[in-house]
Design a binder for this molecule. Structure first.
Ligand code: 5BU
Length: 260
């Protein structure tokens, strides 16, 4: 069997990393390859949004540093919602510094990200030291990391040999790196998760460089595993309904891919 025809449950069984196994398991059980990007700026709004859309998602992605009123209680409540609705918490912090600095940024400061986020991400630009620093903090807590192999924004520099070298860096750190942020299938290893931002029900762009692809393009044609949706859900009239529509579109595209 090649990667494209493996089910989430089969891929879960192949994973040695606890978190990727759990995430594939959630995708299978909830029939969802949808991640909500919960980019709102008030904690009340954030928690309401996550509670409403929680049944439809396998993962919630946060930018806690955009919250106007961040406090410890917010992450405690987010963690309870993650348990209630069974999803993974991903803080989109995009670490991009030397190992020693990212250790502090991950564990300390105001946010103590390593205490509550199951998943984080990092740019590969500093070299493997960034992963080694993050791993020192996160591995023993059962956390994991994605590398940013590609970006969704126009004119970005993460392409060609940079993307290829990022994949190599992930392969060399498979105990902690479980996949990629990318807009194409960058690895054929079925234990790596491909996650793609820049998704709306219709293709297009915003006025600051973001480029949107559809669920069927991302999951069906490009072979990504998880689609990450922000404004397409939280700016909709009814975010729960929008989440449900994305869930169905993404899962249908996965089923169609399997049937090919
Ligand atoms: P949108 O509202 O669906 O456009 O939000 C996309 C989210 O994904 C937002 O939180 C971005 O910070 C994040 N993102 C992205 O859009 N593109 C990338 O390449 C990466 C992250 Br990495």
């Amino acid at each position: 069997k090649i990667n494209d025809v493996l089910k989430y449950s089969e891929r879960a069984a192949m994973c040695t990393n606890e978190l990727s196994r759990r995430l594939f398991g959630i995708m299978d059980k909830k029939k969802s390859n949808l991640a909500l990007s919960a980019d709102v700026t008030s904690s009340k709004e954030l928690l309401q949004l996550v509670d409403k859309t929680g049944p439809h998602v396998c993962m919630v992605k946060t930018h806690v540093d955009i919250l106007e009123d961040f406090n410890q209680e917010v992450v405690e409540k987010l963690t309870s919602l993650a348990a209630k609705h069974n999803f993974v918490l991903f803080e989109d912090r995009k670490f991009a510094d030397i190992g020693n600095t990212v250790m502090h940024q991950y564990s300390g400061g105001v946010y103590h990200i390593s205490e509550w986020a199951d998943l984080i991400n990092a740019h590969a630009v500093p070299g493997p030291g960034v992963i080694h620093g993050l791993k020192k903090i996160g591995a023993s807590k059962g956390r994991a990391c994605l590398l940013i192999a590609e970006m969704s924004s126009s004119g970005n520099l993460a392409k060609g040999s940079y993307s290829q070298d990022t994949v190599k860096m992930a392969e060399e750190n498979k105990d902690f790196v479980i996949g990629f942020i990318c807009v194409s299938k960058v690895s054929s290893d079925p234990t790596f998760l491909h996650m793609t931002p820049g998704v709306q029900l219709e293709a297009g762009k915003d006025n600051l460089g973001q480029q949107y692809l559809t669920p069927s393009e991302v999951i069906g044609n490009r072979g990504s595993d998880i689609m990450i949706v922000g404004r397409g859900i939280y700016q909709a009239q009814d975010p729960a309904l929008a989440a449900k529509q994305f869930q169905i579109a993404g899962y249908d595209a996965y089923m169609a891919r399997m049937a090919e």
